[in-house]
Design a protein around this ligand. Sequence first.
Ligand code: NAD
Ligand code: UDP
Length: 320
Amino acid sequence: MAKRVLITGAAGFLGSHLCDRFIAEGYDVLAMDNLITGDLRNIEHLFPLKNFTFYNHDVSNYVYVPGELDYILHFASPASPIDYLKIPIQTLKVGSLGTHNLLGLAKAKSARILVASTSEVYGDPEMHPQKESYWGHVNPIGPRGVYDEAKRFQEAITMAYHRFHGLETRIVRIFNTYGPRMRLNDGRVLPAFIGQALRGEDFTVFGDGSQTRSFCYVDDLVEGIYRLLLSDYAEPVNIGNPDEITIREFADEIIELTGAKTKVDYKDLPHDDPKKRRPDITLARKLLNWEPKVSRNKGLKITLDYFKSLDREDLYKKDH
Ligand code: NAD
Ligand code: UDP
């Protein structure tokens, strides 16, 4: 019998790629989403399959699915700063109440659960690169706190279910990931710059652009998550690409890639914007024999082709 996996946040960027991967591996996939930041177009190609079922449901409310479950992947949560600043309470709820509901479901079904955590648990880090042992530097009451603290609570309650109930749990700390199916207007830096390039607008670089990020192509991330789920390690594992770049250099790369004739327009740096971010992936290398394979140059080309293939109205859509 095929194994059954429940994926929350399935209509979003990462959730939809996970659905594709688990379908390709022969699983029965139960996909759940309330479409608050997701888009059914990301998974509509899976609807005709008999091993794919979609539930339109807000996981911050009691979650039920019929039958047995082997695995749960909890990816429901707004993920882009402009999304979680717009819907702060839902963000706190899905990271806390939503996670609690899914842990309860995992316990009831004797399923293994993997939760999507984030490099944001390290906040504006004082340790560089960031190792899993670093406790972080987060402003709990700043605007980003709604996301960071929800995810920190998520990790805490997941470890409590593991220690207290003996539940099989996995925690992935995801660093900035990009690829096809990101929303062009989600405010994250890569779709922002590519959208601006395609519309012929100036690039909005926040601050002086000296802050760094390290971008991981989505297929590499999915491979890391798949290996982590099947591993026997319950504590958090960083999955990301350590190839670090300043946002200013990133803008230049996208200008070169797209051939855009645009200037850079410097805007104010958002509150608590982390100055540096790069994963230390020593643990993932050792434990999962995993490391990223797709270079930024290659990943950006694939992503640009995806954005170019969208309808023109998507290019100009301002809000979700
Ligand atoms: P996304 O916004 O594209 O997808 C999130 C999905 O969750 C959306 O489809 C949304 O509708 C759904 N959702 C939100 N709240 C829900 C709720 N209460 N009930 C049901 N569905 C709900 O974002 P993404 O980039 O795919 O991120 C997915 C997960 O990965 C999130 O948990 C995020 O925190 C985590 N993550 C992502 C990144 C990244 O670089 N993309 C980095 C770190 C962590
Ligand atoms: N950023 C930018 N211009 C934009 C969007 C983002 O300069 O139009 C910057 C942002 O301030 C941050 C970095 O790019 O320093 C990455 O931002 P993103 O929202 O993609 O993700 P974060 O890692 O901050 O969650």
